[in-house]
Design a protein around this ligand. Structure first.
Ligand SMILES: *Cc1c(COP(=O)(O)O)cnc(C)c1O
Length: 227
C-alpha cells in the first residue's frame, strides 16, 4: 500500500490552484480524511508524509485513532454530540464542527476536568442554508463568538463549511467566497480567544475552487484513498 503517487498528484493540484489565486502552496494544509480506510492504510498515508488526519464519526474514529501512535494531528470534522465530547478531547487536536452553545459549554467543562488547557475549534457555518447541513447561519456567528467569552478553554481559529454536492464544482464558488467574506468581516473583532485565520473548506470534488477562494485547510478523502 503506497499513497505517495496519489498524494503527489493532489499536492500538484493544490499548487496549481494556489498559483491561479496568487497564493503560496504552504498557505493550504492538506487534511486527509481517513473515514473510508482502516489502521494499516492510515499508517501508509502517514508514511507518505501526511501529518494531518480527520474523522467525522466518533465510533468509527476512536478504535483507529487509538492504534495510531505516530505524531500526527487529528481533526474532528463531523457533527459532535455533547455526550461524545469526553471521548474526542483526548485524541483530537482540532474540532472543525463547533456549531452551538451547548457543545461549547460541554467542551469547556470537559477540558477543565481533564486538565486540557485549550481546545482549538473552528466554527461551522451553513452558508448554503441546506436543511441537511450542520452549522450556524452566517448572521449567527458573531453573537455566537461573543457567547463563548465565558468558556476559557475554547480557542477559535476560524471557520469551516461544507458546500452542497453539485454536478459542476464551479457552482460551489459563491459558498466559499461567502465564508471568506464572513471570516474577513470578523477578523477585526477583538476577543482574546478568537483568532479568525483558518478557512476549512473544500473536499475532493471542489477543493481547487475552495483554494482559489481562500481555503487554508482542505479536507480530502476519496481523491486520496479511493481506488
Ligand atoms: C467525508 C468528509 C470529507 C471528505 O470528503 P471527500 O469528498 O471524500 O473528500 C470532508 N469533510 C467532511 C466533513 C466529511 O464528512
Amino acid at each position: 500500500m503506497d499513497y505517495t503517487a496519489k498524494i503527489n498528484v493532489v499536492r500538484q493540484r493544490i499548487v496549481h490552484a494556489c498559483e491561479r489565486a496568487g497564493r503560496h502552496a504552504d498557505e493550504v494544509k492538506l487534511v486527509a480524511v481517513t473515514k473510508y480506510i482502516g489502521v494499516e492504510e492510515t499508517r501508509a498515508l502517514i508514511r507518505s508524509g501526511i501529518t494531518d488526519l480527520a474523522e467525522n464519526r466518533v465510533q468509527v474514529a476512536l478504535p483507529k485513532v487509538k492504534e495510531i501512535h505516530e505524531n500526527v494531528c487529528w481533526h474532528f470534522i463531523g457533527h459532535l454530540q455533547t455526550n461524545k465530547v469526553k471521548d474526542v478531547l483526548p485524541y483530537f487536536q482540532m474540532i472543525h464542527s463547533l456549531d452551538r452553545f451547548s457543545l461549547a459549554k460541554e467542551i469547556d467543562q470537559r477540558a477543565k476536568k481533564m486538565g486540557i488547557e485549550t481546545v482549538s475549534c473552528l466554527v461551522q457555518v451553513n452558508v448554503s442554508g441546506e436543511a441537511t447541513k450542520g452549522g450556524l447561519k452566517p448572521d449567527e456567528v458573531r453573537p455566537f463568538l461573543e457567547s463563548l467569552a465565558e468558556f476559557s478553554s475554547i480557542r477559535v481559529h476560524g471557520l469551516m463549511t461544507m458546500a452542497p454536492r453539485v454536478e459542476n464544482p464551479e457552482e460551489t464558488r459563491p459558498v466559499f467566497r461567502r465564508l471568506k467574506e464572513l471570516r474577513d468581516s470578523l477578523q477585526h473583532i477583538d476577543f482574546p480567544y478568537v483568532e479568525m485565520r483558518e478557512l476549512s473548506m473544500g473536499m475532493s470534488e471542489d477543493f481547487e475552487v475552495a483554494i482559489e477562494e481562500g481555503a487554508t485547510m482542505v479536507r480530502l478523502g476519496s481523491v486520496l484513498v479511493k481506488p
